[in-house]
Design a binder for this molecule. Structure first.
Ligand code: AKG
Ligand code: FE2
Length: 204
């Protein structure tokens, strides 16, 4: 698929097999998206992410935050995090995401990419604390960025652009068979916030 015929029909599966990815396009007006982006920049407790790479703890340039229904403990990039309680804006966005998709989410991981210098490497979101084959609702605010999927065994690649105020849903076996990434790019200097609404089920 070409990057330029972004299909924003949520009934279309962007993956040819082994999973389901639906792009809903812009589900917020520009004004709403601008307002949420500004509010999240100001109200979220952004922190540099700790990741373990080759056994060494490093701090990423990208900032992250994790919110949820309870003080969930969640292991991501080999470090354990505790969720903060929902803010007013996050609850509003969660409701919008749930109404669009018909899914229910109990947590949200937020990423703040200050510019195109920052991205996220190939990975899948299949941590043991996440509900297996559960839906992940991914909302984007700010700079439009390219997003890509790569099949773990065939290497097939699918790319699309994630627009300001848009929603992408990954579900079914997507995380088992496909990797995804947000490639860094020299073409973007503006920030972008991404919210991934998820279902954690390790409640102990
Ligand atoms: O920034 C994005 O669009 C994706 C983020 C992501 O894949 C993740 O948080 O697991
Ligand atoms: Fe991810």
């Amino acid at each position: 698929m070409s990057l330029f015929d972004n299909n924003s029909d949520p009934n279309i599966n962007l993956l040819p097999h082994d999973g389901t990815v639906n792009y809903y396009g812009k589900i917020l007006t520009k004004d709403e998206a601008d307002r949420f982006q500004q509010a999240l920049l100001n109200t979220i407790q952004w922190r540099n992410d700790e990741a373990v790479i080759f056994g060494k703890k490093i701090l990423t340039k990208r900032k992250v935050a994790w919110y949820g229904d309870e003080e969930f403990k969640y292991t991501y990039s080999k470090t354990t995090k505790t969720a903060l309680p929902w803010t007013a804006e996050l609850l509003e966005l969660k409701k919008i995401c749930e109404a669009e998709t018909g899914e229910i989410f109990n947590s949200c991981l937020l990423n703040l990419y200050h510019s195109g210098d920052e991205g996220m490497a190939w990975h899948s979101d299949a941590e043991k604390d996440l509900m297996k084959n559960g839906a992940i609702g991914s909302m984007s605010l700010g700079a439009e960025r390219k997003f890509a999927f790569k099949h773990k065994s065939t290497g097939e690649k699918i790319e699309l652009m994630l627009e300001h105020g848009s929603l992408l849903v990954m579900k079914d076996e997507t995380q088992t068979f496909w990797l995804h990434r947000l490639p860094p790019t020299k073409k973007v200097s503006e920030p972008r916030i991404n919210l991934t609404f998820r279902t954690i089920q390790n409640i102990s």
